[in-house]
Design a protein around this ligand. Structure first.
Ligand SMILES: [Zn+2]
Length: 415
């Protein structure tokens, strides 16, 4: 029959497998392709590849890519062999991975589509259930993680990201050198990070030269405990440091604004973003307005000057110069009489060692912004993940730079 040849070609079915029959159920818009294994072909054990005695056959069905908008199923009588060493085993079929109900080509298509759209959209488009599509993603991530050869880590970055809308977090570990996500941990505790350090082979931890992070106690403690010579490697990310200083400036503005308003003065009304934005990013109108405020004796203007000074203190070449400069800024903060800035100064003094590490190691999470933006987009697209395991899978799927596609092992068959 001609359609048998056609389907054999379409599906890439080769000897010793052949298309025995094609059952086109037009009403159901479904085609079932019946495949068999040649009687006289040698069947081999999937474990060791040795030719073995045939034992029996098992009927199995896989869903394949649709052909001409017809749902296409492959059904095969798959021989089982009796291996003297491995017992009764089903021979490996060349079109699907062991245990999967989908052909490898369909799984690859699902993976391609998942890169572009959400699990529910792919399920709808392919007429699959949500769990089936999720299963393809989960297996793809497991496969990718399994294939990721131990590549020594040199620079890593830690960051927390919120999960769903509540105040729940996951910790994302980045390989900042290769700009990819290494792992996603439950929560942001010391214990969470320690599980990662325990699970990473010691020789991979030894090669780490910098760990970029926020000034977050639990991350600091876990890293000091597990990374050799961590006191020289922990680097407080400049954008996190800037955020702490910016928060201080904002508090000064809030207090001062309340005070001025009490006296009927609206000078600081609607100026929040002027004090947080960098002047070079302002519109000409805002810049003019900002410059007029900056050159006053407002307390917030003084706090802002500290923030602006800190912004330009990241390019020192030596530890000594970096330390001297930061110490004088900290001194300025501490003696400013502006309570929020005094507090910031105290935090910076306690963490100065890691700030100078960041400067001399040139360690930062800055270039991870694209990866971060992707994670935020994922969160939005999925309207919050049902659980953290799913969120982890999605992050690793999209940002882990993993080799996700099914790869069929050479089927141990000869005709
Ligand atoms: Zn065997």
């Amino acid at each position: 029959m001609r359609d048998r040849d056609l389907y054999a070609k379409l599906l890439g079915i080769e000897a010793p497998w052949f298309v025995r029959d094609v059952d086109a159920r037009l009403d159901a818009r479904e085609v079932e392709v019946l495949i068999a294994f040649a009687d006289d072909a040698e069947a081999t054990c999937p474990e060791c590849g040795k030719a073995c005695r045939r034992y029996d056959t098992r009927k199995r069905t896989w869903r394949h890519l649709d052909t001409m908008q017809y749902r296409t199923l492959l059904t095969a009588d798959v021989p089982r062999v009796e291996c003297p060493e491995h017992g009764v085993k089903q021979v490996q079929v060349p079109w699907a991975l062991p245990g999967s109900r989908f052909t490898a080509m369909l799984e690859a298509l699902v993976i391609d589509w998942l890169k572009e759209s959400s699990t529910s959209a792919v399920a709808r488009l392919l007429g699959m259930s949500w769990d089936e599509v999720d299963g393809v993603m989960t297996r793809a991530v497991a496969r990718g993680l399994g294939r990721r050869k131990s590549q020594p880590l040199r620079a890593i970055g830690l960051d927390e990201t919120s999960f769903q809308r509540r105040h729940e977090y996951v910790t994302v570990i980045y390989d900042t050198e290769r700009t990819r996500v290494v792992e996603v941990l439950d929560g942001r505790s010391r214990e969470a990070l320690e599980t990662f350090y325990w699970d990473t082979p010691f020789e991979d931890l030894q090669t780490i030269e910098s760990v970029s992070m926020d000034m977050w106690g639990p991350y600091i403690e876990a890293t000091l405990e597990h990374i050799p010579d961590a006191k020289r490697k922990i680097a407080f990310d400049r954008f996190h440091v800037a955020k702490h200083i910016g928060d201080g400036v904002n508090k000064v503005r809030v207090h001062e604004h309340a005070e001025l308003q009490g006296g009927g003065v609206d000078t600081l009304k609607g100026t929040r973003y002027l004090w947080l934005q960098n002047p070079e990013n302002m519109t000409p109108n805002n810049l003019a307005r900002f410059e007029a405020l900056r050159d006053t004796s407002l307390r917030v203007a003084k706090a802002w000057a500290m923030k602006e000074t800190a912004r330009h203190m990241w390019s020192y070449k030596t530890r000594g110069w970096a330390q001297r400069a930061w110490k004088s800024l900290i001194e300025w903060m501490s003696s400013s009489g502006l309570e929020p800035m005094v507090k910031v100064g105290r935090t910076l003094r306690e963490h100065l060692w890691g700030i100078t590490n960041a400067i001399v190691l040139r360690a930062t999470n800055a270039h991870l912004e694209a990866v971060n933006a992707k994670i935020q987009a994922l969160k939005k697209r999925a309207c919050g993940y049902r659980n953290r395991a799913r969120f982890r899978h999605a992050i690793l799927f999209h940002c882990g730079a993993l080799d996700l596609y099914p790869q069929l092992a050479a089927a141990h068959t000869k005709s």
